[in-house]
Design a protein around this ligand. Structure first.
Ligand code: HEM
Length: 56
C-alpha cells in the first residue's frame, strides 16, 4: 500500500509532491498525500527529496 521511495530521483519526488499538493494527483487513500504535501514548503519538498534519494 505504501510505495517504496528509497533511491527515487529527487526530481520525481518533488514533482509528485507538487502534484499531490496542487490536487493534480489525488489517488492516495483519504487524500493522505494531499494533506501532507499541501503543508510542505518548496524547501521541505527539496529537503525530503534529497533525503529519500540518499536512502538504501
Ligand atoms: C514527508 C513524508 C512523505 C513523503 C515525502 C511521501 C512521498 C510520496 C511519494 C513521492 C509518493 C508517490 C510514489 C510513486 O509515485 O511511486 C507517495 C505515495 C503515497 N504515499 Fe506518501 N509520502 C510521505 C508520507 C506519507 C504518509 C505519512 C503516508 C500514510 C499515512 C503516505 C501514504 C502514501 C500512499 C498510500 C501513497 C500511494 C498513493 C498511490 O496509490 O499512488 N505517505 N508518497
Amino acid at each position: 500500500m505504501y510505495p517504496a521511495l528509497s533511491g527515487q530521483h529527487a526530481e520525481y519526488t518533488i514533482s509528485t509532491l507538487q502534484a499531490f499538493a496542487s490536487g493534480d494527483r489525488t489517488n492516495s487513500p483519504n487524500n493522505l498525500m494531499g494533506d501532507i504535501a499541501s503543508k510542505m514548503s518548496d524547501q521541505d519538498m527539496e529537503a525530503v527529496a534529497n533525503y529519500v534519494l540518499g536512502l538504501n
